[in-house]
Every structure is written in C-alpha cells, then in structure tokens.
Ligand binder design. Structure first.
Ligand code: B12
Ligand code: SF4
Ligand code: SF4
Length: 317
C-alpha cells in the first residue's frame, strides 16, 4: 500500500496544519447521527436529514472511494482580532472567531482542490474530490477516526496542541491509504463547557448538542424571529457563539500559535446602531466575501437589535 507520509507532507506544504487518514465513519457514529437527526436535535436544518445514506460510507460520495484525507486549518484570527472595543460606551456585537475573516469555504476549497489534483496527477488512475462543510460529509466523525482529535463534551473536535479553533475539510479519494489511529479522550472530569453554555444546549453525556438551544443555530442558521428565551443568553453575540470553546482548557494556548495571514483582514467592529442603519448595498460591500453574509442582512440586523437591547439592560442596571 502507498505510504501516506508523502501526501501528508504535500497537504502541509499547501497550508493545512493537521492531516490524517480515515476509511470512513464508524457504525456507532452513523447510528448516533441518525438517532440525533430523528430526535429533532438538528432543528430545521433540513439538509441534515437529506442524503442520510451519503453519510454512511465514502463510496456513496465517490464510487470506489477508499480513503478520506482529513485536513484541518487554523482560524486566521489572533486573540486581539476577537477583542471588541470598549463595550462600556457603546453596544458592539461579537462575531465568532470562525467568521471574522474570509468565508472559509473560499479559503479552504482551493487548497483541497490543489491537493486532490496533485494526488490524481501523482497516482495515475486515481479519482479524488474535495469537500468542506458541504456534501453531506460527517466531518467530525471522519476527523476523529483520522486521529485529528477527540470529540469534546462540547461536541467540538479538539486536538491536544491546536485546541478546537480550526476548520475541517477533506479529500475523498479512490487511493487506498493506511488509516491513522484515533487519539484518546482528554476531557476527563472537566465540565467547564457544560457549566458555561448559557442555554444548556450541551448534553451531559452524549458529546453532542441540541441545535434547538444553541445560539449559533439561532443567530446564524435560523431565518425569522429568535424566540424570546434566547435573547438574554445571547448577551453581545452578534453572530455565532464561542463560549463553549473559550472556556475549554485546550484552547488557552492555541490562539497564541502563528496564524495564517493571507486573505481579508478581520471584520471591522461595527456598533449595533451602525449595523441597524446598513442598507443592502452597504451590507454587501462589507460582508460579501465573509462568513457573516450567511445570516443575510435581515438576520444580522435582527441580531444587532437583540445585542443592543441586552447592552441597554446591562447599562441601565
Ligand atoms: C450542522 C452544523 C452545525 C449546527 C449543529 C452543531 C452540532 N454540534 O451538530 C450548528 C449551527 C449549531 C453549528 C454550530 C457550530 N459549528 Co458547525 N457544523 C455543522 C455541520 C454542517 C454538520 C454537523 C453535524 O452533522 N452535526 C450532527 C452531529 C450529531 O454530528 P457531529 O457533530 O459531526 O458528531 C459526530 C461525532 O461527534 C460522533 N459522535 C457523536 N457522539 C459521540 C460520542 C462519542 C463518545 C464519540 C467518540 C463520537 C461521537 O458522531 C457524530 C456523527 O458522525 C458541520 C460540517 C459537517 N459537514 O460535518 C459543521 C462543523 C461541525 N461546525 C463547525 C463550527 C466551527 C461550528 C461553531 C464553532 C461555529 C460558531 N462559533 O458559532 C459552532 C459550534 C457549536 C458546537 N458546540 O457544536 C466546524 C467544527 C470544527 C471542529 N473543530 O470541530 C465544522 C466541522 C465545520 C467545518 N468544516 O469546519 N454547526
Ligand atoms: S456555541 Fe454557545 S450556545 Fe452553542 S453549545 Fe456552545 S456555548 Fe452553548
Ligand atoms: S471544556 Fe472541558 S469538558 Fe468541555 S470540551 Fe473542553 S476539556 Fe472537554
């Protein structure tokens, strides 16, 4: 069988920070996924219900597929990028670290395509396809099997040196490669994420969350009004939520690592009032190539109104 070190070196040369090989998600993971979706924990993200069979094995994604080369790339931002201006004078909304820079699909996909093309040229007769986020791929389950980290109690894939502030993407290939081994769980008795989640979205013992309670679901994915019970827990989170990662001991050092500098600078801080005043053209000019645009202008302004209300409540007290 071909040695995977050659491919891993290439992936790192292209810009990935972690690389591992998996032959597919385990039976236990597939069953868990189906149960989770059937329980309704995916809220109204209907795409999670569609194409269930595609998630079951690699050959459903690419006929003849034998391996998934799972790659991780650190978020570009530094600690400073995600530190808001003076919140005592004005209401500013916080943006989750993964969304502070370019839309990650645009950053990672070309790198994965470069890896897939290189493999198909280097090993003739091979077919390889690149995916990030889309394509109904169980990315965390594949990454766990590829030894890129363990599934934390907060459901994030965590690596002992990288923490969890990274994206996942993969090249599915017909090339047969020796799989890596999963690494052990390092959560131990810690329960900081469980205690810190403002909505109780994290299940005690499932290594999973209930999207119907997760702020990141409500303030990014959901269209329409956010139910009242989530307004106060949103605090100043304008887009996404990093609370269960910020408290994780495995992330205390990871943000100090050298960050990728390519691409757009971090999103400029906008006060809630400035967001509420944006028109469609200004929204497009500021956020077109950024993950923030997923919420659309209506979602971002809905969130800004809640963040402003929370700020006013706090500063009246
Ligand atoms: C839908 C989705 C969401 C939903 C649901 C989140 C969730 N936890 O399921 C919402 C909108 C809430 C969300 C939020 C976020 N997301 Co999201 N999301 C996804 C998406 C598209 C699918 C995830 C999914 O299938 N969930 C269903 C659950 C059941 O599956 P799973 O989490 O993959 O779990 C598997 C394993 O955990 C395993 N498993 C489950 N239980 C157990 C138990 C044990 C003991 C073991 C060993 C394994 C195991 O089996 C499961 C099924 O295969 C993935 C991309 C992808 N295609 O995979 C990104 C993804 C998971 N998200 C990501 C990110 C960055 C986020 C946010 C941090 C963004 C933010 N700051 O706001 C938050 C984090 C919230 C959280 N704590 O999970 C990254 C995670 C990177 C990482 N290091 O883990 C991904 C991989 C996107 C990417 N390409 O990088 N997300
Ligand atoms: S992202 Fe926020 S709301 Fe969602 S599980 Fe983590 S702490 Fe809870
Ligand atoms: S905060 Fe603690 S329990 Fe939660 S994921 Fe991190 S190490 Fe695990």
């Amino acid at each position: 069988m071909i040695q995977s070190s050659h491919i891993k070196e290439k992936a790192k040369e292209i810009g990935f920070h972690l690389v591992g090989i998996s032959t597919g998600a385990t039976e236990k993971d597939k069953q868990f996924y189906n149960w989770w979706v059937d329980q309704g924990f995916g809220a109204d993200m209907f795409y999670l219900r569609a194409q269930k069979e595609r998630r079951q094995q690699l050959s459903e994604i690419l006929p003849g597929a034998k391996s998934a080369i799972v790659c991780a790339m650190r978020f570009p931002g530094s600690v400073e990028d995600s530190t808001p201006p003076d919140l005592d004078t004005k209401s500013y909304g916080k943006i989750a670290r993964y969304a502070l820079h370019d839309d990650y699909h645009d950053t990672i996909k070309p790198k994965l395509n470069a890896l897939a093309d290189w493999i198909d040229t280097e090993y003739s007769g091979t077919k390889s396809l690149a995916y990030v986020d889309t394509g109904a791929i169980p990315e965390r389950a594949l990454a766990k099997e590829a030894g890129l980290g363990w599934i934390g109690k907060n459901a994030m894939l965590i690596h002992p040196e990288e923490g969890s502030y990274f994206w996942l993407g993969e090249v599915i290939t017909t090339l047969e490669l020796p799989p890596d081994l999963p690494i052990s769980d390092h959560c131990g008795k810690c329960r900081r994420c469980l205690d810190a989640c403002p909505t109780g979205a994290i299940f005690e013992d499932l290594r999973a969350i209930d999207s119907r309670k997760c702020l990141s679901y409500w303030n990014i994915e959901h269209r329409g009004a956010i139910p009242d019970q989530f307004h106060a827990p949103m605090q100043d989170w304008l887009l996404g939520c990093d609370i269960c990662q910020e408290v994780c001991p495995w992330n205390q050092q990871s943000l100090r690592k050298a960050r990728v500098k390519e691409g757009l600078p971090p999103v400029e801080w906008l006060a809630s009032d400035e967001i509420l005043a944006l028109d469609a053209a200004e929204f497009k000019a500021k956020f077109a190539k950024r993950a923030v645009s997923r919420s659309k202008i209506s979602g971002l302004q809905r969130n800004a109104a809640i963040v402003k209300k929370n700020w006013q409540t706090k500063h009246k007290a």
